[in-house]
Design a protein around this ligand. Structure first.
Ligand code: C2E
Ligand code: CA
Ligand code: CA
Ligand code: CA
Length: 278
């Protein structure tokens, strides 16, 4: 018995060490990911729920590390937040997104992009300074760039986060609450935030056509959000039946694998050529 326990303990220890090692390796490799050009963006189309046409895209980060291979954002983003590397990553995302929007604008394409901001980004002073620079080069940027923040990011330091969001809104950016429904705030509380858009978490959307409870939740969320003057996006639309339900519920915009997975930039350009765009 004692021996068994001991070998279990040793294995348990080794498991922990491996996890710990991987985390350290990720943090270390992230330090020069931008410099080594290991990052790229993928774009997931955002769709007008009523017409089905493309209105823009969400920008998502991908990392192909030379030493670690492909590492998903769910794994590296939290570590980047802990280590502080997130600031450089987000700056890179902002610059690249601004370049893309500028290009499209010059081609006469009225598309929007949404980017994800972490709690660290929201509270740091680096971001407003960067936006100031980017706006000098491209004054229409705030009209075209939507900033997604989760409610948990805001709740880390609500006072400071709300002040920052108000500044960003004053500059002209629109703010979206991401993963809505997974946190603990009510819509009434969130209404005090300077936000224009609500993204209903995919947990409520994925099984919408079979689950009457989910349907009730999404219906009442959309109704109340509209009464409060908010625009509603549903993410995780995986089949046509869910789209039809969301259409009947008067949802504004959609994202999900039914329309498209996140695409490399050149594939997104092809997608635009093959679909209606507003
Ligand atoms: P998120 O912001 O909620 O992004 C949506 C995630 O859902 C993406 O995963 C997307 O690929 C996935 N998705 C889209 N449609 C569907 C669908 O129909 N079904 C399912 N099952 N999934 C769908 P991804 O790209 O792996 O990103 C995961 C998370 O990592 C993001 O969740 C976001 O929190 C974070 N993330 C990604 N890029 C960035 C970034 O540039 N900055 C920050 N701060 N976070 C990022
Ligand atoms: Ca290197
Ligand atoms: Ca998001
Ligand atoms: Ca989300």
């Amino acid at each position: 018995q004692a021996k068994l326990q001991q070998s279990f303990y040793v294995e348990y220890q080794t498991g922990l060490d491996e996890q710990h090692m991987r985390r350290l390796q990720i943090i270390e490799s992230l330090k020069n990911a931008v410099e080594e050009k290991e990052l790229h963006l993928v774009l997931q189309p955002k769709i007008n729920c009523q017409t089905g046409s493309v209105v823009g895209a969400e920008v998502l980060l991908r990392w192909q590390s030379e030493t670690l291979g492909f590492v998903g954002p769910d794994e590296f983003i939290p570590l980047a937040e802990q280590s502080g590397a997130i600031t450089e990553l987000t700056e890179w995302v902002c610059r690249e997104s601004s370049k893309l929007l500028h290009q499209w604008h010059e081609q006469g394409r009225a598309l929007k992009l949404s980017i994800n901001l972490s709690a660290v980004d929201l509270l740091s002073d680096a971001l407003p300074l960067l936006f100031e620079q980017l706006i000098k080069d491209f004054p229409d940027l705030p009209k075209l760039l939507v900033l997604e923040v989760t409610e948990s990011a805001v709740m880390k330091d609500p006072e400071k986060a709300i002040a920052r969001l108000e500044t960003l809104k004053r500059i002209g950016f629109s703010i979206s609450i991401d993963d809505y429904g997974t946190g603990h705030s009510s819509l009434a509380q969130l209404r005090r935030l300077p936000v224009e858009e609500l993204k209903v978490d995919r947990a409520f959307v994925q099984h919408l056509s079979e689950d009457s409870m989910d349907k009730s939740i999404v219906r009442s969320t959309i109704q109340l959000a509209h009464e409060l003057g908010l625009h509603v996006v549903a993410e995780g639309v995986e089949d046509e039946a869910s789209w039809k339900v969301l259409q009947a519920l008067q949802c504004d915009e959609l994202q999900g694998y039914f329309f498209s997975k996140p695409l490399p930039i050149s594939d997104f350009a092809d997608y635009l050529n093959n679909h209606d765009v507003n």
